[in-house]
Design a binder for this molecule. Structure first.
Ligand SMILES: [Zn+2]
Length: 427
């Protein structure tokens, strides 16, 4: 890459408590200079950012890339392009591929594919399965998978149901300082449910998933975390009851963390009245009380991370009766807009706090090095305009799938570019 000069950047780096206006000169992927009115050397690509925010590169720690095995939904190449368009320099990918990420050779395959896509611009951090083929019976070779470079373990899509297996998994993963990422669901309680159990499910006559299905599993896991001393992370938290348990666990100093998706702090189960299958996800959209709790959890720091649970499905798969549609929506390209609109604009989070939940905290949970915006450091940025208004158009998504309930929604806050691994991509 030739050198790049960003003029009029608003640099916000929470790790340095930095919020300042400056130009940034990058050469060979390294930040060469930060300052006022930097002169552009010969052969420099210059961008006037007009006050757009430059933040340490965002990571989405909950993404389903679908490859290998489900390339009709998405490929590593297609979804990394979507990640970049959405303002992410890195994604952690879940192991519910076919074959599942339960062996070092699959980890290496994914890393090789990722290195080929977009010149290796987007970092991919595989999360390995806790159990072989995510079947809940036999623990994977965690040492081998750690050596291959996984950042955590999860059977996502499925919970780790067997208590003894969860206990051993926490104990083993602790040796490698990796979290167990739990899809917290008691399947006996959620059995057959397609939406939140409550007034709306009763009205619509659809089988419900009670909030207790999430909370019971979190409660059990916290007890196991106390016992084993392992690191425990709750994926896509959706309930007030679950939030309370995590808050208490954190107050007593346990290594418990959690994430929330933009749809769980934006939409309620009222949306299901449309019977739009893009309102069907797991965990389901909950009540207004739960949505309010998610916002409060973000505000008070109980919720560490915003992650999308990006789950591409083809048009045909979602174009069926509500009962039979697969769970999940795409999220990479609407995450920043929904977060600014729902959290920053109403004053729940400052921009700096939002940035923490997209970069500082997911990097901490997965034990990845932090990104610092400083001369001499690697240039790894997410660039976005917090004031810009735009309307979601699924046809413009770079993702191979378009399954989003946010088509036509007006948002404030737009990703405009990413810089990483000696590459620059401006939308
Ligand atoms: Zn899940």
């Amino acid at each position: 890459m030739k050198s790049t000069l960003f003029r009029n950047a608003r640099i916000i780096d929470p790790s340095q408590k930095l919020d300042t206006s400056a130009d940034i000169l990058i050469d060979k992927g390294i930040i060469k200079k930060i300052g006022k009115d930097i002169e552009a050397p010969n052969n420099t690509q210059v961008y006037d950012l007009q006050g757009a925010v430059v933040a340490p590169g965002f990571i989405d720690m909950h993404v389903h890339l679908r490859e290998p095995g489900y390339e009709h939904k998405a490929t590593i190449a297609s979804e990394l392009t979507a990640a970049a368009a959405g303002g992410f320099v890195g994604v952690a990918c879940m192991p519910n591929t076919n074959p599942a990420i339960d062996d070092g050779s699959i980890v290496r395959y994914i890393k090789e594919q990722a290195a080929k896509a977009m010149n290796g611009m987007i970092d991919v951090y595989p999360i390995a399965a806790v159990t072989k083929n995510r079947e809940g019976r036999q623990i994977t070779e965690m040492a081998e998978l750690s050596d291959a470079g996984v950042v955590g373990f999860s059977d996502d899509g499925n919970p780790v149901e067997n208590t003894q297996i969860m206990r051993i998994a926490l104990e083993y993963a602790k040796m490698f300082n990796k979290p167990i990422i739990q899809h917290a669901e008691d399947k006996a309680l959620s059995h057959g449910g397609v939406m939140n159990e409550g007034f709306v499910s009763t009205t619509l006559g659809l089988p419900g998933i009670p909030t207790i299905a999430e909370a019971v599993m979190i409660q059990r896991d916290i007890m196991l975390t106390v016992y084993s001393g392992g690191k425990y992370h709750v994926a896509h938290l959706s309930t007030q009851a679950g939030l309370h348990l995590i808050r208490e666990a954190k107050e007593s100093g346990l290594p418990v963390t959690c994430e929330v998706t933009p749809h769980h702090f934006t939409l309620t189960d009222e949306e299901v009245r449309s019977f739009d299958t893009n309102t069907k996800m797991h965990p389901p959209l909950r009540s207004q009380e739960d949505v309010d709790a998610m916002k409060e959890g973000l505000r008070d720091g109980t919720i560490d991370v915003i992650a999308t649970d990006h789950a591409p499905h083809s048009y045909d798969e979602k174009e069926v009766e509500y009962l039979y549609a697969p769970f999940g929506i795409v999220g990479l390209e609407t995450a920043i807009g929904l977060s600014v609109t729902e959290l920053v604009k109403p004053g729940i989070l400052t921009i700096s706090q939002m940035i923490e939940k997209f970069t500082v905290n997911p990097r901490r949970v997965m034990d990845l090095p932090q990104v610092i915006i400083k001369e001499g450091e690697k240039a790894c940025f997410t660039i976005f305009k917090p004031e810009e208004e735009w309307t979601v158009d699924i046809q413009k998504f770079k993702s191979k799938s378009k399954n989003s309930p946010f088509h036509g929604r007006k948002l404030t806050g737009k990703p405009v570019g990413v810089v990483n691994n000696n590459e620059v991509m401006m939308n």
